[in-house]
Design a protein around this ligand. Structure first.
Ligand SMILES: *Cc1c(COP(=O)(O)O)cnc(C)c1O
Length: 213
């Protein structure tokens, strides 16, 4: 097995209220198992089919928690609800309503985060701030979903200072709505997110690339 020092350093240095989500999309079950053996519990996947094939070979690790972080298509909602504990990427009211209805049918109550788009970015989905505020009373009344926070992704062209500003806005909006969690920060900007009040860092390549060598 490769080098675990990035993973161990990160884990050792995160404040208690900040969680590390190891983003395992594109990684195989063996790599996931390597981190799980060193105490990693939360893993993030962005494609249902890819995730399902890994779940089979990791069935014995029943304390793992799975987070869906990808763009959620309506025909994948039931499969995601059956197989994941958290959904970070609720990007529209219509999707939230569908997740609520199907969660009821499946007798599940996933923890969800609402994806917000705080900067113009044609490559990303998510609620605009004004739409989220408009839809908020409808969202919090939906049964069978437990809204725990907001999720955001920085546009690639922002520098470090502007990313911090963006993440702070996300934190501020979550606080205003009474939400504890902010899922923000990836391999390239997790320290900015950490400084700005993230509670879930979604980190993939930074962790896994040091494992395989
Ligand atoms: C892939 C992905 C990540 C992790 O990206 P890295 O740059 O590999 O850390 C985080 N969040 C989302 C939504 C992703 O799709």
């Amino acid at each position: 097995m490769g080098n675990l020092s990035r993973f161990l350093d990160l884990k050792a240095n995160l404040p208690n209220e900040v969680n590390l989500l190891a983003v395992s999309k594109g990684r195989d079950a063996y790599e996931i198992r390597s981190l799980a053996e060193f105490g990693q519990i939360h893993f993030g996947e962005s494609r249902l089919q890819e995730a399902l094939s890994k779940f089979k070979s990791l069935e014995d690790l029943n304390s793992l928690k799975w987070h869906f972080i990808g763009k959620l298509q309506s025909n994948k909602v039931r499969g995601v609800i059956r197989n994941f504990d958290f959904i970070h990427s609720i990007h529209s009211l219509e999707l939230a309503q569908r997740v609520s209805r199907i969660s009821g049918e499946e007798n599940r109550a996933p923890k969800v985060m609402i994806q917000v788009k705080l900067r113009d970015d044609p490559t990303k989905s998510g609620f605009l701030e004004k739409d989220l505020l408009n839809d908020w009373s409808t969202l919090i009344d939906l049964p069978n979903i437990n809204i725990i926070g907001l999720m955001t992704i920085s546009p690639i062209n922002l520098n470090s200072t502007d990313r911090k500003l963006l993440f702070k806005e996300c934190r501020f909006l979550a606080d205003r709505l009474g939400l504890l969690d902010c899922s923000m920060g990836m391999s390239g900007d997790w320290s900015e997110a950490l400084d700005s009040g993230a509670t879930w860092l979604r980190i993939g390549s930074y962790l896994f690339e040091s494992l395989i060598n």
